[in-house]
Design a protein around this ligand. Structure first.
Ligand code: GDP
Length: 260
């Protein structure tokens, strides 16, 4: 029995060590495909490491981004009413309001976008806030129209500082933003028409460009966030507060948890 085994091993070794066409082909295939197979095994075994979902936090300055980040960093349980454990945001982070919008995060990892708005000072900051939001939504819309089969990125407009009595309720934040986005849309399309792209010249090019800058349902009179569903972009407006007594961040947290 053991001598049979020895003979078998010897015959096998003799066979694979003797140059022949089948041995050469199998050897070549192993050299060629082993690294590729190994790559897929290793890559596939750690999807959570390479595919961590991200949520992009945006908003005008002073809207509460740093405060919210601090809250999340400190791992305070978001479901807990903020009144029982008021987080004191660190003043060390500085934030900037970017003037141009690009979405540098690999969109395969980006699962949701949080746009923070200070509901207590929206009346004063409405045009600036809406312009920023217009560019963000337009970037998402272009992303959906320019490349097919993109995974849609939902947007949460978080109406912050609802603990302050001057704060507008979420429904009003929504309608004010929709109104202002509509105004911006009209102004931008008018600007294009007035800028010499007349009906006579470059009709095709001009029309196309105008369409590119138009947010939501093309040609519609009023803008509403619902129109973004035409591009599979879900936009919700929910109220909350990071600091002070109020509804807290529970609704936002739930919204995020349902989408990542
Ligand atoms: P950022 O510029 O968007 O990062 O805004 P910050 O996080 O620095 O917040 C600006 C100011 O608003 C800070 O003084 C915060 O303490 C304050 N703030 C943030 N969230 C709230 C909130 O929910 N309620 C109140 N009352 N103040 C807030």
């Amino acid at each position: 029995m053991s001598s049979d085994l020895k003979e078998g091993i010897k015959a096998f070794l003799t066979y694979i060590l003797t140059p022949s066409t089948p041995v050469f082909i199998v050897g070549f295939a192993i050299v060629l495909f082993a690294p590729i197979i190994l790559h897929f095994i290793l890559h596939g075994s750690s999807p959570s490491y390479t595919q961590l979902p991200s949520v992009l936090l945006l908003g005008p300055s002073n809207s509460g981004k740093t405060a919210l980040l601090t809250l999340l960093e400190r791992n305070a349980h978001p479901n807990k009413p903020s009144s029982t454990s008021p987080p004191s945001p660190s003043a060390t982070h500085t934030s900037q309001t970017p003037l141009t919008i690009s979405l540098p995060v690999p969109s395969s990892k980006l699962r949701a976008l949080l746009f923070l708005v200070d509901a207590s000072s929206l009346d004063d900051n409405l045009p600036a806030t809406a312009t920023y939001l217009y560019d963000v939504l337009l970037a998402l819309q272009k992303r959906m129209t320019q490349k097919k089969k993109q995974k849609p990125i939902p947007v949460l407009i978080a109406a912050n500082k609802l603990d302050l009595f001057t704060a507008l309720p979420a429904a009003l934040v929504k309608s004010q933003l929709e109104g202002e986005l509509g105004r911006i849309r009209r102004t931008r399309s008018k600007g294009l028409l007035d800028s010499g792209v007349g009906a006579d010249d470059e009709v095709v090019g001009g029309g196309g460009e105008e369409g590119d800058e138009w947010l939501g349902e093309y040609g519609s009179e009023k803008f509403s966030f619902k129109q973004m569903m035409e591009f599979d972009i879900e936009v919700d407006v929910l109220g909350g507060n990071v600091v002070g007594d109020g509804p807290g961040v529970e609704k936002w947290w739930k919204w995020i948890a349902e989408r990542v």
